[in-house]
Design a protein around this ligand. Sequence first.
Ligand SMILES: Nc1ncnc2c1ncn2[C@@H]1O[C@H](COP(=O)(O)OP(=O)(O)OP(=O)(O)O)[C@@H](O)[C@H]1O
Ligand SMILES: [Mg+2]
Length: 175
Amino acid sequence: MVGLPAAGKTTRAKELAAAHHALRLTPDHWMIPLFGNAIGDFQRPGGERWVLEGRLISVALQALRLGINVVLDYGLWGRDERSALRWLARSAGAACHVVYLPVDKNVQLARIAHRQETTPHQTFPMSEADVDAWREQFQVPDAAELNGGEIPAPPAGWPDWPEWAADHWPSCTDS
Ligand SMILES: Nc1ncnc2c1ncn2[C@@H]1O[C@H](COP(=O)(O)OP(=O)(O)OP(=O)(O)O)[C@@H](O)[C@H]1O
Ligand SMILES: [Mg+2]
């Protein structure tokens, strides 16, 4: 899954998991019980969120090797993150589909407000300024990513995608 907060990723991920008998991995559903739903230090680069995501990627790869479908319900704002995961999925013998859910800002804000009102304990607080900053950071997937095209080489200085992934998601080893 690829998309900004409140784009509808978890909603769609549940539908896909049911339709494809897939294991759904949703980091927020681990982060909030473990660390609460305030924005905290655990979100920093290399912090607990990234460790958790790395471990869940390892779980995903184990499942793929067992022939089990996986829905990775992450935000995956960065093209490099998506390239790394596409590469890792392929290395596990799986096909990989990038499911991108675009969302207009007004719809996003309305959904965030509704969710904050109805299920505050299942989400993180998000302001309009946060949303503006996130929309700037988000790298929209291109046609090659969406159509399963060629996977780009890792950024300069990285020998391969597994090493890049292990740096980006500490604990993201294929074991
Ligand atoms: N297609 C849709 N139409 C209308 N409302 C939707 C749709 N998809 C999701 N929603 C609602 O929008 C809110 C956000 O959806 P959801 O939690 O699935 O988003 P998300 O992308 O997983 O967000 P986050 O990144 O914060 O986990 C929820 O209240 C959900 O019920
Ligand atoms: Mg979600």
